[in-house]
Ligand binder design. Sequence first.
Ligand SMILES: Cc1cc2nc3c(=O)[nH]c(=O)nc-3n(C[C@H](O)[C@H](O)[C@H](O)COP(=O)(O)OP(=O)(O)OC[C@H]3O[C@@H](n4cnc5c(N)ncnc54)[C@H](O)[C@@H]3O)c2cc1C
Length: 270
Amino acid sequence: MKDLNWYFPKSIAEAVDLVQQGKIFPHAGGTGLLSRGFTGINGLVDLSRLPLHYSKIENDSVEIGSMNTYAEAVSVLMKVDPEHILVKSLRNSANTPLRNRITIGGSIAYFPPWSDLMSALLALDADVMLIGENDGQFPVEEYVNDKDVRDKSLIIAVKFNLSNWRSYHYRDIRTKSDYPAFNITILLKQSLNKIEDCRVIIVGTGKKYSRLTNIEKYLINRDVGKINIEEIEKLVEVKFAGKRIDDPEYSSYLAGVELGRGVEQILRGH
Ligand SMILES: Cc1cc2nc3c(=O)[nH]c(=O)nc-3n(C[C@H](O)[C@H](O)[C@H](O)COP(=O)(O)OP(=O)(O)OC[C@H]3O[C@@H](n4cnc5c(N)ncnc54)[C@H](O)[C@@H]3O)c2cc1C
């Protein structure tokens, strides 16, 4: 194995200088780097001494520094909204030691197909705050889809607004310690008997993630009494692919069933 240079910057500016050199990667929780391997990496920048371990909640805006772990992000949100979608999606992720290690920033940058974080962040229309080659605030979706935005930039924080979404999260696992084959986030706003707004994201599909706009269209402005769960299940047409998916057709069927159950659960209010 080749030697890796480790860097221990004490300021964000120092870390950014290193990351911009290329082939020098940030090290956050280290859990993704270990599974990825070190091909193409000449050095690692330890982020643990940087002031990225903060959280801010002002009015309805939440900002979570990139070095917060899954467990810490859950604690922050529990104080303001115990029913928040990120509480639901992260509190059962992986296992306790890993939730104390996996960071928010590392998980956005790495975005594995089993991510419990990303379906919620995409549904929330969250932003990432970057510094480096690209400075500023970018939609998470743009960060995910545009390599030029990601390249040689450090994630400082993730930002989103608190809103009165009713939410549901499903992880498709066979055993408690399994990586999810896919996971589903549903956000829904209801006023009186009508669905006002809705977001549906599945992470783990062949395209890595899919936004189910046809389900959103079916639900938005629909009278709650006229929602037919079987129709929703039939509208789910997601393509699964890859080694982790034994039977893509079965996974697609399962996603439909679980999505229907999710909508039903939100409408019942528990
Ligand atoms: C056994 C196991 C089970 C797991 N199960 C789940 C699960 O069920 N659900 C789930 O959501 N996750 C799970 N994970 C975690 C997931 O697979 C990744 O390992 C994790 O999201 C990476 O986060 P990290 O903080 O460890 O990042 P690192 O490993 O430190 O970094 C990952 C990548 O992101 C880059 N990076 C890190 N921080 C930044 C930053 N601030 N700015 C820019 N780039 C950065 C690194 O250079 C690297 O390329 C599991 C991991 C393991 C090992």
